[in-house]
Design a binder for this molecule. Structure first.
Ligand code: CP
Length: 310
């Protein structure tokens, strides 16, 4: 395994190995004063973010540093991208400068895959940190890690993914990973926020959140991505919140053991009420924490594990 580009087609054995490694790393570092392992000493990890990020960028940086890699962040706004340099030339430049791994976030679906193709002769690993509306594989892996931790397993669980599925790379990555790990996925969304071809995905579809909540082990709320809705938002924010917002009344419909997830950033009061986001059922802070260990595990498997980049 050289790159991590998508969960669609990802070997479930590789995904499970990443989750097991993340769990091991978490327990190894627990309570340590100095959270530093020598595993990736001498390796260089460069992140290229062409879209805004808080969680993904910071957790990859922490993950690399805790593994003793040299970590460099390149943002489009302060690099030669601003002078018109292409993604291909930027990637080849960073690889020539010594990157063992490039972590890329880009607004174009398929950008990470293209980058991996351009770098195929160079030996630089590529990690997709979110490409357009396509995939965000490390988010799905950290979500699976959080579900495993809270529920004991992913296999056999029923998970609702709720909201703006159409524009969500988080939803797409979760659909494929959760199905590969043996979970049952139900998409709950208005018809206008479901993708064309949804019937070919390994999911069932519902438009009735209240009917689904009592039947699920976890509910994954999605961010409404207004920045990708150039033609306007239908239903309106108010209608969306009334039908699909996770409020305190709806929280009571969930089984007692059920977990609430959200990839962030959250639109509090619209997709999810503050009282729900901050409730004991919410694992949102744990998702962020697990993101560091999962990204450490991904870097380990790509750069130091069996079949790693040379
Ligand atoms: N969940 C997620 O990708 O968050 P960021 O955009 O802050 O990285």
């Amino acid at each position: 395994m050289k790159h991590l580009l998508a969960t669609d087609g990802l070997d479930p054995a590789f995904a499970t190995a990443v989750l097991d490694t993340a769990d091991e790393l978490k327990h190894t570092l627990l309570g340590r004063e100095v959270r530093k392992l020598p595993t990736l000493r001498g390796r260089t990890v460069i992140s290229m973010f062409y879209e805004n990020s808080t969680r993904t960028r910071v957790s990859f940086e922490i993950a690399g540093k805790w593994m003793s890699a040299d970590v460099i962040n390149v943002s489009a706004s302060s690099s030669s991208v601003n002078k018109g340099e292409s993604l291909r030339d930027t990637a080849l430049t960073l690889a020539a400068a010594g990157a063992d791994c490039l972590i890329v976030r880009h607004p174009a679906s398929g950008a990470a895959q293209r980058l991996a193709g351009w770098l195929s002769h160079v030996g630089t690993a590529v990690v997709n940190a979110g490409d357009g509306t396509h995939e965000h594989p490390t988010q799905a892996l950290l979500d699976a890690a959080t579900l495993r931790e809270r529920l004991g397993s992913v296999e056999g669980r029923r998970i609702a993914i709720v909201g703006d599925v159409l524009h969500s790379r988080v939803a797409r990555s979760n659909i494929h990973l959760l199905a590969a790990l043996g979970a049952e996925v139900v998409l709950v969304a208005p018809p206008t926020l479901l993708p064309v071809g949804v019937e070919s995905l390994p999911v069932t579809v519902s438009h009735e959140l209240d009917a689904e909540l009592p039947t699920v082990d976890a509910v994954m709320m999605l961010r409404v991505q207004a920045e990708r809705m150039h033609g306007g938002f239908f239903p309106s924010a108010r209608e969306y919140s009334i039908s699909y917002g996770l409020n305190e009344k709806r929280l009571k419909l969930l089984p007692e053991h059920a977990v609430v997830l959200h990839p962030g950033p959250m639109l509090r009061g619209m997709e999810i009420a503050s009282a729900v986001a901050d409730s004991p059922a919410s694992a949102i802070t744990e998702q962020v924490r697990n993101g560091v260990h999962v990204r450490m595990a991904v870097l380990y498997h790509l750069l130091a594990g069996e079949g790693a980049a040379a």
